[in-house]
Write a protein that binds this ligand. Structure first.
Ligand code: CS2
Length: 505
């Protein structure tokens, strides 16, 4: 966080357990005794999304009298959230915004915060604490460190580090495996691992990656007779999948000022969100869980159909709105969605993606897309297209590429799905030209810059991007997809969405 916020905090009264007692009556605050709450959940990746979603559900459970599920929030990278929240006793404001209305609620479920790079052993201590029965994650797609084909990126320097130095991990994989090894050695039951990121079959995906990591670890430790961790993780640890949904735009300084005025005290990091909130979770928690179903969480046997619908309809169209919006000069989702050309595009995109969803799973796609249209039109959110545009190489496989491939296999012509891939490539290429340099980022940025600098024919560029990002790897329809995308790029460059720069961005 910029230092001006920290210095302001020292001179202004701050949100805290004490000042929360005197907030205006319209603002909901935790009325339960926070000192009685014991930590039961360790959450990795305690960013705004977690604080708008899971932490609110857990806050409801604690308010209803559960005491065993306080959250220990862990940041795997920066100290920003800890620095903002610790002086506030872990309290922060959740602002639920719809066009014309803002409701504020102070959340109290985060009991303490740790910053992994500062003190990995404190994180391992929290993870091995027998009271910790669930570990949840929102670390973003790229932190799963998948290689282009989907397996673990074993060459990634942090994976190499965590295999060499298991006592001081850097990655989620390193922390989880080391903690599970220590719990096993101590005779403590394993925790349940609940992935809450936008990945397909997120629980199973993380399970597979951790087994792969543990196999490499076992191979190193074999000589010392400590092998068998991979088998333990495969047999004894539960990884339910879950589908999470709430739109959470990044907090701005204007939000901080407005919330401070409402509260009468400063909150260094309030979180902005929409009224809609959904969480669908596979019910597989051998060590127990909060009674989430009493607070609006849908507990199911198989989250797959819900997840596909969300990734392909919500996130797929979000990415479309982001890249086409950027290329057309729209800074926020609501403005892009109000553009008739983009609105019509999204309808056509949904029409292509819907036939790829599981049939007979009871999905009501008509109401779902109608609700999405309302959510995307929420003018109070100011959700920036550049925020969603980040990390496209990690997001598009499950949002767009999978539906496009299935659509081709079914004999359809996915013009709109493939245009989103083209718009992503065009938007990446437009940075530093018609879009500001660094307007959004991607783990492939330096490789993409080198590639674009070679000025290859369009189809060769697209094929190289597919290789870098692992899109459609080894798939029979890869070449067809590349040809669609290359044709769209040529059209986009000939003047599809206006590629003119726009001061709004
Ligand atoms: C968005 C998601 O930034 C993005 O990529 O598509 O964060 C989206 O807002 C959430 O998944 C909504 O649940």
């Amino acid at each position: 966080m910029p230092s001006d916020r920290t210095s302001r905090a020292t001179t202004t009264k701050r949100l805290s357990s004490i000042t929360a007692r005197a907030l205006p009556a319209s603002i909901a605050t935790p009325l339960y005794d926070r000192s009685r709450v014991v930590p039961g959940i360790v959450h990795l990746g305690v960013g705004a999304f977690h604080r708008a979603h899971q932490a609110a559900y857990v806050d409801d459970c604690l308010a209803a009298g559960e005491t065993g599920w306080g959250i220990t929030g862990v940041s795997l990278r920066s100290a920003d959230t800890r620095d903002a929240l610790t002086p506030q006793d872990g309290l922060y404001t959740l602002a639920i915004r719809s066009s014309g209305e803002e409701k504020l609620r102070v959340i109290g479920s985060i009991a303490s915060m740790l910053v992994a790079p500062e003190d990995p052993s404190a994180v391992l201590a929290a993870l091995t604490d027998p009271r910790t029965r669930i570990v949840t994650l929102t670390i973003t797609e790229k932190a799963y460190l998948r290689a282009a084909g989907g397996g673990l990126d074993t060459a990634h320097p942090d994976i190499v580090h965590d295999l060499a130095e298991p006592q001081t991990p850097k990655t989620a994989h390193g922390f989880l495996t080391e903690a599970l090894a220590r719990r096993r050695a101590a005779g403590t039951a394993p925790f349940t691992v609940l992935c809450c990121d936008n990945l397909p079959a997120n629980g199973a995906t993380l399970h597979r990656l951790l087994i792969e990591f543990a196999e490499l670890r076992d191979a190193k430790l074999d000589a010392k007779g400590d092998a068998g961790l991979a088998k333990h993780i495969a047999d004894a640890v539960a990884f339910p999948s879950s589908m999470v949904d709430r739109i959470v735009p990044a907090t701005t300084d204007a939000d901080r000022v407005r919330i401070a005025e409402e509260l009468g005290v400063e909150d260094a990091w309030p979180v902005m969100t929409e009224p809609f909130c959904q969480w669908v979770v596979e019910d597989d928690f051998p060590g127990g869980r909060p009674a989430w179903e009493q607070f609006g969480v849908t507990m199911v046997d198989d989250v797959g159909p819900f997840e596909d619908m969300k990734l392909r309809l919500l996130n797929g169209s979000h990415s479309a709105i982001a890249y086409l919006g950027l290329l057309s000069g729209h800074a926020t989702v609501d403005r892009a969605f109000a553009d008739p050309a983009i609105r019509a595009f999204v309808d056509a995109l949904w029409a292509e993606a819907i036939p790829t969803l599981p049939r007979n799973a009871g999905l009501d796609t008509a109401s779902y897309t109608a609700e999405l249209a309302e959510r995307f039109s929420n003018t109070a959110l100011a959700h920036r297209t550049a925020q969603i545009a980040n990390d496209g190489s990690q997001k598009l496989p499950q949002r767009i590429v999978a539906s496009a491939l299935e659509s081709i296999e079914a004999g359809a012509v996915p013009e709109h799905l493939t245009l989103v891939i083209a718009a992503w490539i065009a938007a990446c290429e437009a940075r530093g030209k018609t879009l500001p340099e660094g307007h959004f980022t991607d783990p492939l940025d330096s490789a993409l810059a080198t590639l674009f600098g070679r000025n290859l024919p369009t189809e060769e560029t697209v094929a190289a991007v597919f290789d870098l990002a692992g899109f459609a790897k080894d798939h029979a329809s890869r070449q067809t997809l590349i040809e669609f995308v290359a044709t769209h790029i040529v059209h986009l460059k000939q003047g599809g969405p206006a590629l003119a720069s726009n001061p709004e961005l």
